[in-house]
Design a protein around this ligand. Structure first.
Ligand code: 5AD
Ligand code: SF4
Length: 471
């Protein structure tokens, strides 16, 4: 048994990060058994679930999309806002009867939520039918935990700064696009955010390991990689090997893989070198997710974001000037404690100036243990909800306007899936990360094709495949 605690989770020391080669346990103990996995949260969690799936298939399980017929249910959780938390406990409530009907069912809860003491205590006291609880630092122990499973609850969650794991196997969800971790953790400690507590300190994978992974993916036919980190601009700083994110981007570009994306960038250490590298390589996609969080410098200071509204705008315009075709998306939080109406209006003014291609918007959710959660908040929820609605209307207008600029244009789209808009349609993304539903391209899965845009909505485009005829 190992329990988390937020005090240890906050520690940042000079302790050297170890690189640990994971041993991928193979066994057929669970041959003919089925697993169901449910994932909440960000891309990092989606990618962690690809690791969990590989661990489970290595034990003999096969995946099912129906949790009622599963022999093992795994829930990979997110702690970023209270509603993610509520969804997990709601789902646990729904599966409780399955465990009564089938006492051999194994229930595993992992990821960010168990990193919070309050959650682990709740699982211990109120959800004893959960067999295995693990955190973000020991996903690779899951295989052994399952092999050792008894009907007594096993809780193994660590509040450590964290290490780097190599040799991880993944059951990737796509054959064409792949996530690649370049770093883990976060040291920014924005005052509202729980991530630095749940995912440990900023630590980077070595460049050669990342490049090798990208080369292997390219050789396996992958067309796109997305480099993942809570704050990719900080890549390399901890290694002290004299390379940074711009150097990494350049070397990934030189592998010749068709498309490279990266998330997430913090506006604080977004360098000109990075902008120039993105501009220089045609296989680095011109889409930047640049969280604003608030347009008020006062609130940004309270959030601990390390930039002012003016600095954000200057960076925004620098990117747009150097990479005119770049699309820029953002994250915005409304209702941070004591955000005044004027602070909120400032956010709207920044949105009006930047005219973002898209924005994820949230009502501030206090996270126990973070500095912001201790600030007394005087703004009523109805006011926050009204602000969110007003903001959403504005950002959706700009998304639609940004999409309308594509009407009649021919763009390159990587086809990745069947479309939800009809049997004869497929879907994919433009270089600028616009979702397109495409006619006439069912044969083109995994290919980058030319598409003429015929209709534009707020959240997607419609188009048809263009075939160039050589005379
Ligand atoms: N409340 C609301 N939104 C949050 N985010 C992070 N922490 C919180 C919180 N406590 C948002 C930020 C971040 C995105 C991933 O989630 O906008 O960029
Ligand atoms: Fe959270 Fe800030 Fe780190 Fe992003 S940069 S993960 S918002 S602490």
């Amino acid at each position: 048994m190992n329990y988390p605690n937020l005090k240890d989770a906050k520690i940042r020391s000079d302790k050297e990060v170890e690189t640990i080669m994971v041993s991928n346990i193979k066994s057929d103990v669970f041959k003919d058994k089925k697993f169901y996995i449910r994932t909440y949260g960000c891309q990092m969690n989606v990618h962690d679930s690809e690791e969990i799936k590989a661990i489970l298939t290595n034990l003999g399980f096969t995946e099912t999309s129906n949790y009622e017929e599963a022999d093992l249910i795994a829930i990979n959780t997110c702690a970023i806002r209270e509603n993610a938390h509520d969804k997990v406990f709601g789902f646990l409530g729904r599966i409780k009867h399955l465990k009564r009907e089938n006492p051999n069912l194994i229930v595993c809860v992992g990821g960010c939520m168990p990193e919070l003491e309050s959650v682990t205590n709740m699982l211990k006291e109120k959800y004893p039918f959960v067999n295995i609880v693990f955190g973000t630092h020991n996903i690779n122990d899951l295989g052994q935990m399952i092999l050792d499973y008894t009907d007594k609850q096993d809780i193994e969650v660590y509040s450590i700064e964290g290490d780097i794991y190599e040799n991880i196997e993944y059951n990737r969800d796509s054959k064409y696009t792949a996530w690649v971790n370049i770093m883990y953790g976060c040291d920014k400690f924005c005052t509202y955010c729980i991530v630095p507590f749940t995912r440990g300190k900023e630590r980077s994978r070595r460049m050669e390991d990342i490049i090798n992974e990208v080369k292997e993916l390219k050789n396996a036919g992958y067309k796109e990689v997305t480099l993942l980190g809570q704050n990719v601009n900080a890549y390399g700083k901890d290694l002290k090997l004299n390379y940074n994110f711009a150097n990494l981007l350049e070397n990934v570009a030189k592998t010749g893989i068709a498309r490279i994306r990266f998330v997430t960038s913090h506006p604080w250490d977004f360098t000109n070198e990075m902008i120039n590298t993105i501009a220089r390589y045609s296989n680095i996609m011109p889409h930047i997710h640049l969280p604003l969080q608030s347009g008020s410098s006062k609130i940004l200071r309270l959030m601990g974001r390390r930039y002012t509204k003016e600095e954000y705008l200057a960076l925004y315009h620098r990117i747009k000037t150097c990479i005119p075709r770049a699309s820029i998306t953002t994250d915005i939080i409304v209702g941070f404690p004591n955000e005044s109406d004027e602070d909120f209006r400032e956010t709207l003014r920044v949105v009006n100036e930047c005219q973002f291609d898209g924005a994820f918007t949230f009502i501030y959710s206090p996270r126990e243990g973070t500095p912001a959660a201790r600030i007394k908040d005087t703004i009523p929820l109805e006011v926050k909800e009204k602000r969110l609605q007003e903001l959403n209307e504005l950002v959706n207008d700009y998304s639609l306007k940004a999409n309308q600029k594509y009407l009649g244009k021919i763009v390159k789209v990587l086809v990745i899936d069947k479309s939800e808009k009809g049997e004869d349609k497929v879907c994919g993304y433009t270089e600028t990360m616009k979702l397109v539903n495409i006619e006439g391209a069912v044969e083109d899965m995994g290919k980058i094709i030319d598409v003429e845009i015929t209709d534009a909505k707020s959240f997607s485009l419609d188009g048809k495949k263009v075939v160039f005829v050589n005379n």
